[in-house]
Each structure stands twice: as structure tokens, then as C-alpha cells.
Design a protein around this ligand. Structure first.
Ligand code: NAD
Length: 312
């Protein structure tokens, strides 16, 4: 059985696969589309992150493909319906990077509430901007509004509650009587109420038709002028031009954005010079620890799936 891995994976997990299968680890293959397609004729398993487009062209080039392992959770780069039609199993690393994302939310919320952390240069230069930087806010006592209350949303709620944060959430999968609210101590809200009252709004939804452009100019206008927006979910859920405008106009307290409509960002992105904005290159879910966990989970699950197919 042959495996091709097209993006970075923890070495120890790659070695586990190499010990049992013909494994080709080419972490830059994602950027050489023609080479990638040419490698797939004999391939039984493909392992990808979020940048490899598993689309009709790729599937056509891989007639023996049986399983796609996803080193992460979002499946918007994979044509899941086309895989299902071909009987190709798609295996995400559910839960394995949730802690990294949840800690990113807490960390960026704290950094944006207290801008002093990003002003070292002035202190080093002897300017001593103590008066200007004495307006930082504490996370404790604030209201965190989670849009999407799945695995990552629920873990983020637990971390925030431990720091004294009041957590509310909106998720159409859970009605007001769903047991999850009592079990987590999180208040079920409607999205408009959440946008109006939350001090921090954090997005944890998949990119689907219902979530595309969910946080547009109208939604941003409902938020408090002091509120913070955090998007670790997917680009396309936040309207980037509307966000930049809201930040420039001081209609929003700040934002941390990890995922974008176009990745890498285009040179003319409206976000380039917006104030109170933390931009990161789609790394909220990627830490040393989460890479180890995600890679180990996918090596085990893809390996088991291939062994099961072999034994048929
Ligand atoms: P999950 O499937 O456990 O939870 C997603 C939740 O969103 C579900 O409960 C679902 O009911 C809810 N939802 C769907 N449509 C909604 C809507 N219109 N409004 C509100 N809620 C809605 O997924 P998860 O593991 O919590 O991950 C959430 C997202 O985070 C993923 O889809 C992925 O795109 C993203 N992610 C990003 C990174 C990163 O590095 N930036 C890492 C991991 C995950």
C-alpha cells in the first residue's frame, strides 16, 4: 500500500507509517501541483493539511485512492461529497489541535485587552508611556461570545471560565434545552444578542454556505465599540474590508485574525494597516504539541484503515 504526504507532518509519525507502508513524505508537494498529480496513480492513501486541494482533478489522478487523512479538522479543502461517491474515507484529526486554538483565543484576547504588551520599543527607548498604557482591561469579568459550540468552542469556554469569564454561545445544532448548556455552564443565546453583549466574540464554525460572510458590516455594527473579534475558524466567514473599516473608525476594540479569504494574504489586503489588529498565518491550531498529537492520530487512523482494507 502506498501513502503520499503532501504537507508537513511530525517525523515520528511519518516513521510509524514508513515502517508499515511505502510512504512518500514530500512536505512541499502541495506547492507543486503538477508533480503532486503525477505522483498519485498508484496511491492508496493521501495525507494533507489545509492547503492541498483534494478536488475533482486530484481525485481523477488517483484511481486507487482509498483514504484521505487530514492533519487538522476543517474539511473545506476536500471535496467530501466526491470522496464519498468514490467510497474514499476522509479522516480528520478531530480534537487533536483544539487546545492550541483555545489557548490562541485566550492569549490574543488578553493581548488585545491590554495593548501594553505590544509597546516594548517605547519602553526600551526610555519614553516610559505609563499614562498612555494604563488603560488595559482584565479578561476576568468579561463576556465571551462563542459562535459555534463544537469541540473547540467548548474547550475555549472551559479555559475562559477558569479565568473568571462569563461565557455565552450560539450554535444552531443546540436548542435552548440541549443538555450541553447545563453541562458546561454556558448560556445559550441568539446570534444578535451575542453580538450585542459580548466583550469578545470568537468564531468556531466550519465554512459552509450559512457561515460565509456571517460577520459582515451589519454584524460588526451590532458589536460594542470596545469589543474584540477573534477568527480562528476559516477565511470567508469575516468580511475583511468591513473589519478593516470598523477598526479604522474605532467602531471595534480590536481583532485577532488567523484565517483569511486568500492565504497567503494579497499585498493590497485591506487589513494591512488597520489598528489594534493581530494577524497570524493560519497557525492557531499549530503548536509543537498539537503537531505531535495531530500527526500521531492521523498515522494511527490511516494506518489502521489501510490494514483493514489489506485484510479484506
Ligand atoms: P466542530 O465540528 O466540533 O464544531 C463546529 C460547530 O459549529 C458545530 O457544533 C456546528 O453545529 C456549529 N455550526 C455550524 N454552522 C453554524 C452556524 N451557522 N452558526 C453557529 N454555529 C454553527 O469543529 P471544531 O473542531 O470546533 O472546529 C471549528 C472550526 O475551527 C473548524 O471548522 C475549522 O475550520 C477551524 N479550525 C481552525 C484551526 C486553525 O489553525 N486556525 C484549527 C482547527 C480548527
Amino acid at each position: 500500500m502506498k501513502i503520499v504526504i503532501t504537507e508537513f507532518m511530525d517525523d515520528a509519525a511519518v516513521d510509524v507509517l514508513r515502517a508499515a507502508f511505502d510512504t512518500c513524505y514530500l512536505p512541499t508537494l502541495v506547492d507543486q501541483r503538477a508533480d503532486l498529480l503525477a505522483q498519485l496513480e498508484q496511491v492508496d492513501a493521501l495525507i494533507v493539511r489545509n492547503r492541498t486541494k483534494v478536488d475533482a482533478a486530484l481525485l481523477a489522478a488517483a484511481p486507487n485512492l482509498k483514504v484521505v487523512g487530514r492533519l487538522g479538522v476543517g474539511l473545506d479543502n476536500i471535496d467530501v461529497a466526491a470522496c464519498a461517491a468514490r467510497g474514499i474515507e476522509v479522516i480528520p484529526a478531530t480534537g487533536a489541535n483544539a487546545r492550541a486554538v483555545a489557548e490562541y483565543v485566550i492569549g490574543t484576547a488578553m493581548a488585545l485587552l491590554r495593548p501594553a504588551y505590544t509597546r516594548s520599543a517605547e519602553t526600551a527607548a526610555g519614553k516610559w508611556p505609563r499614562a498612555a498604557l494604563s488603560n488595559g482591561r482584565e479578561l476576568s469579568g468579561k463576556t465571551l461570545g462563542l459562535i459555534g459550540f463544537g469541540g473547540i468552542g467548548q474547550l475555549t469556554a472551559r479555559l475562559a471560565q477558569a479565568l473568571g469569564v462569563h461565557v455565552i454561545a450560539y450554535d444552531p445544532m443546540f436548542g435552548p434545552k440541549a443538555p450541553v448548556w447545563a453541562a458546561t455552564g454556558v448560556a445559550c443565546t441568539r446570534i444578535d444578542d451575542l453580538l450585542r453583549v459580548a466583550d469578545i466574540v470568537s468564531l468556531h464554525v466550519p465554512l459552509v454556505d450559512q457561515t460565509r460572510n456571517l460577520i459582515n458590516a451589519t454584524a460588526l455594527a451590532k458589536m460594542k465599540k470596545t469589543s474584540i473579534l477573534i477568527n480562528t475558524s476559516r477565511g470567508g466567514i469575516v468580511d475583511e474590508s468591513a473589519l478593516a473599516q470598523a477598526l479604522h473608525a474605532s467602531n471595534l476594540g480590536g481583532a485577532a485574525i488567523d484565517v483569511f479569504m486568500q492565504e497567503p494574504l494579497a499585498a493590497d489586503t485591506p487589513l494591512a494597516d488597520a489598528p489594534n489588529l493581530i494577524l497570524t498565518p493560519h497557525i492557531a491550531g499549530v503548536t509543537e504539541e498539537s503537531n505531535t498529537r495531530v500527526s500521531a492520530v492521523i498515522a494511527t487512523l490511516v494506518g489502521n484503515y489501510l490494514r483493514q482494507k489489506q485484510s479484506l
